[in-house]
Design a binder for this molecule. Structure first.
Ligand code: AMP
Ligand code: ZN
Length: 469
């Protein structure tokens, strides 16, 4: 299995630190809003990496954080007149709903920055003790960037070239830095903001320190894979490497994976352009399996353009796989012949080549675009070689293969009932919170919608139960 490593700038054979195990950290979203379709790209891509590694027999410890202390969260909390934890908890819940709809599995651990402040203070203390950090007069703690010899190795930047750019970035209050390249580890509180006590001042952590600390706590000093979108290479991941390697004295992550950006109608997605789309927006018109399929139809390191036409095309393509799976299921339930003929056994053997084609694509730096082509080749093979005379064993063999390959991509091509269940449960949850917020009109509307779907609700002491009519 080869992985393109941003650190070396080339594809490398994957060799885990511990045989059979993978320690993987993926930088998660800042939770101040519903996630947008750009945020969905790393979630889907790295969930697929995890699924493929598990398929290959690795045990994957997958950690992905929620950044729940940040300027944008605080701003939103001030606007709504609530505590910033109200905002972050709300959008963590919403993010988890989106993940479920996209069939992105929950991480092994989803740490939150606000619950790891003690560990951050400890790591900052270590950095100060080792001479890699210093506290300024106002209590701000900075990382002494030039002291870390490897700085720039991930983004392939020369530290002296960075200097000029950094000087332009100097903002007020940063004049206490020894060097414009130094970055913040801890900063003093401002009026109305959440803060924690520390040896330097009441305040809050800088952004980069959280990932170094959570990665160490849940995965250890050395990990196999660290991942995120390409915008994180500099400065976020560069700074994480500096902090972790300076504090722990070991190589932080062996492989660094970065997904390219998702654009919309060939433009950057941004609030000011008004072309900003949330995952929830897409869910109004599409099953989010379609969004997942769309994301995987390109290689993760290629920029991907989102448009209404491309989503329609993705829907039609995915439908071809789903139709094939449902035809197989119909056949399995209805055909007469039980056992595979000799010719069918040979065909089943021949069909193995599609699994090999799929694996070869995924082994080549997770080329999901080619892996999906292998699934379509299998669909074509199934459509050509099956008919009413096929045996149950033959159809079952092909179905299992099709479902297995789709499942590695996280594409649900068969379990209609289950995905419907998830939709029902999401609606029930939304109705509960509407009732809590005294939005009874919305609550009634959802009940009507559920009734139309043939779902009967029952309020019990243990909460709301439901069954099909
Ligand atoms: P943020 O909440 O901005 O920290 O982003 C969470 C994750 O989404 C990070 O891994 C980002 O790199 C990634 N991300 C943000 N915008 C995009 C985009 N337009 N395309 C792909 N990935 C993105
Ligand atoms: Zn991070």
């Amino acid at each position: 299995m080869k992985i393109y490593n941003t650190l070396s700038g080339r594809k490398e054979e994957f060799v885990p630190i511990e045989e059979g195990k993978v320690r993987m950290y993926v930088c998660g979203p800042t939770v101040y809003n519903l996630i947008h379709i750009g945020n969905a790209r790393p979630m889907i891509v790295f969930d697929t990496v995890r699924r493929y590694m598990e398929h290959k027999g690795y045990q994957v410890n997958y950690v992905s954080n929620f950044t729940d202390v940040d300027d944008k969260i605080i701003k939103r909390a001030l606007e709504e007149g609530v505590d910033s934890s109200v905002i972050s908890e709300r959008y963590i819940d919403e993010c988890k709903k989106d993940m479920q709809m996209m069939n992105v599995r929950p991480a092994t651990t989803h740490p939150k920055a606000t619950e790891e402040i003690g560990g951050m203070i400890d790591m900052i203390k270590t950095l100060i003790d080792k001479g890699y950090a210093y506290a300024a007069a106002d209590g701000t703690v900075y990382f002494r960037t030039r002291k870390f010899k490897g700085y720039g190795k991930l983004s392939h930047k020369n530290i002296d070239d960075l200097q000029g750019g950094m000087r332009a970035l100097l903002v007020s209050g940063e004049d206490q830095k020894e060097d414009p390249l130094d970055f913040v580890l801890w900063k003093p509180k401002k009026e109305g903001e959440p803060f924690w006590e520390s040896p330097w001042c009441d305040g809050r952590p800088g952004w980069h320190i959280e990932c170094s600390v959570m990665s160490k706590k849940y995965l250890g000093d050395e990990i196999d894979i660290h991942a995120g979108g390409e915008d994180l290479v500099f400065p976020h991941h560069e700074n994480e490497i500096a902090q972790s390697e300076a504090a722990n004295g070991k190589q932080f992550s062996r492989y660094w994976m970065h997904n390219a950006f998702l654009n919309i109608d060939n433009k950057k997605m941004s609030k000011s352009l008004g072309n900003f789309k949330t995952v929830r927006d897409i869910s109004e018109n599409y099953d989010l399996q379609v969004l997942r399929f769309f994301m995987l139809s390109a290689h993760y390191r290629s920029p991907l353009n989102f448009s209404a036409d491309l989503m329609e095309a993705a829907k039609n393509s995915l439908d071809r796989i789903v139709t094939c799976a449902s035809n197989l299921k119909y056949g399995i339930d209805h055909v007469q012949a039980e056992n595979a003929t000799e010719a069918e056994q040979q065909l089943l053997q021949e069909a193995e080549k599609f699994t090999e084609q799929f694996d070869a694509a995924m082994d080549d730096d997770f080329n999901t675009a080619d892996a999906i082509t292998a699934i379509f080749d299998l669909v074509k093979f199934i459509n050509t070689n099956t008919n009413e005379e096929s045996s149950r064993a033959f159809l079952t063999g092909l179905r299992d293969q099709l479902v297995m390959l789709s499942d590695i991509c996280g594409l649900i091509v068969e379990k209609e009932e289950e995905s419907l269940d998830a939709q029902v449960e999401a609606l029930i949850e939304e109705r509960q919170s509407a009732r809590k917020n005294k939005d009874f009109a919305r609550a009634d509307e959802i009940r009507d919608q559920l009734t139309q779907m043939g779902i009967v609700l029952e309020d019990t002491r243990e909460g709301v139960k439901w069954h099909r009519q």
